[in-house]
Design a protein around this ligand. Structure first.
Ligand code: ADP
Length: 410
């Protein structure tokens, strides 16, 4: 400020010199210059000491802590002296509304967590800990711990349950698929060894019998590989909903004809009941055909000879179109219903294998329905029969060149 004043004074003096010309008073000019120099050269007075900042109030700190951790969606806690100082809404929901102020061992009832938080690991120790069963039997949480500058500890819990379940499913799937393939493969290898033996292989009747078994086992492997490939293809496309307009009635008639001509003993039991006035569905024709083959195939496999298997179409709720496959077969006990669409889940594994099942038919159906943004429902009663219902969305009505809606067959 002083320097600015001096510079201004200097400028004013020089201006005065210019205006007054040579006749101006030399004393006045010398005086002004002198004052300016004094102002520039004189030492600056010391700055007044800064006013001391008031120490933050503990309550204030807690409020800031709360605001910060409340903004985080995952459960977060701040602990100090073995107690919970603050916990956000997600942490209170997971561990209980009462946890603030509680002993950390009571708040997070998990031995590994208590050990890590109470024994005060090195501040540099930031290894996450996995907590199994916290807040639910199958749940898995990753606990991350960080030391705060004020000596307290920040605890961050990340839900890993879904990732763990997906990983387990993947591992189980690979193990199940390998097991399913290994069994027929072992049988085929065993029969090849036997046929190689001159005594057994030389007998025509025995050789024929063995070759038949080998053929059946090889077919079993082929069906399994085909189903595995279908499943992976459908899964790969699951985010791309199909948009072709499919005439469901025509497709049902086509599948019916294929089954009738396929030489299945029970194919005469299949009847169709179609509502011909329905609009087309939005779908993938090949996948819907596979869905129908799987459902009718099951109804025939697990039904009783001579009882009808009815494939029907009708108007569903909203604008959806209903496809149903109904049998009067052995039915399914209620405890199995929620698991039927899991890969390789069978009510009776021996029976399924005996009738050529792979354990993947309903898993494929479920994935096809999901890709079509449809709904699947299975209702069954033991010894009465089963109704599988699929709801599919209608195809959008195409606009003709004049802008009006038009429906054409195809
Ligand atoms: P699978 O190849 O064994 O038939 P699915 O995934 O198609 O495999 O079906 C799973 C299980 O559900 C079958 O093993 C069978 O126990 C049961 N199931 C499916 N459909 C029917 C049905 N219509 N009636 C009775 N049980 C059925």
């Amino acid at each position: 400020m002083r320097r600015l004043l001096a510079v201004l004074l200097l400028l004013a003096t020089l201006a005065a010199l210019g205006l007054s010309g040579a006749g101006a008073s030399a004393i006045a000019i010398a005086g002004a210059l002198g004052v300016t120099l004094i102002l520039i050269l004189s030492p600056r007075p010391p700055e007044p000491p800064a006013a001391p900042q008031p120490a933050p109030e503990p309550d204030n700190c807690r409020r800031v802590d709360m605001e910060l951790i409340e903004a985080i969606g995952d459960p977060v806690l701040i602990t100090g002296d073995g107690r919970v100082d603050a916990a956000n809404a997600a942490a209170r929901k997971l561990l209980g509304e009462h946890i603030v102020g509680e002993d950390i061992r009571v708040a997070i009832r998990h031995p590994a967590a208590a050990e890590r938080l109470i024994t005060r690991a090195e501040p540099s120790d930031s290894r996450p800990i996995e907590l199994v069963g916290l807040g639910g039997r199958d749940s898995r949480w990753q606990m991350n711990v960080a030391a705060l500058p004020d000596g307290r500890t920040l605890v961050h819990l990340v839900d890993r349950s879904e990732g763990h379940a997906a990983e387990k499913m993947r591992v189980d799937f690979v193990a199940n698929a390998s097991h399913e393939l290994r069994t027929p493969l072992a049988a085929i290898l065993g029969f090849i060894e036997t046929l190689d033996d001159e005594k057994a292989g030389g007998d025509t009747a025995t050789r024929k019998r063995f070759l038949r078994v080998m053929h059946d086992e090889a077919r079993r492997m082929q069906r399994l590989v085909e189903d595995l490939m279908s499943l992976s293809r459908i899964e790969a496309e699951k985010f791309r909903a199909p948009h072709t307009a499919v005439d469901l009635g025509a497709l049902v008639r086509e599948v019916h004809a294929v089954i009738r001509d396929g030489g299945n003993d029970r194919s005469r039991d299949v009847a169709i009941d179609l509502d011909e006035s329905l609009p087309f569905v939005s779908g993938d024709r090949a996948q819907l055909s596979q869905l129908l083959h799987n459902l009718v195939g099951n109804a025939l496999k697990y039904g009783r000879p001579g009882t009808p298997v009815t494939v029907g179409t009708s108007a569903g709720p909203g604008s959806m179109i209903r496809l149903s496959v109904e049998d009067e077969g052995e039915g399914i006990a209620p405890e199995h219903l929620p698991r039927l669409t899991e890969r390789f889940y069978r009510v009776d594994p021996g029976r399924s294998r005996a009738v050529g099942g792979t354990g993947l038919g309903l898993a494929i159906v479920k994935h096809i329905v999901e890709r079509h943004r449809g709904r699947l429902d299975i209702q069954s009663a033991p010894d009465k029969g089963t109704i599988v219902t699929v709801l599919l969305p209608p195809a959008p009505i195409p606009l003709s060149s004049n802008g009006n809606a038009s429906v054409t067959g195809g």
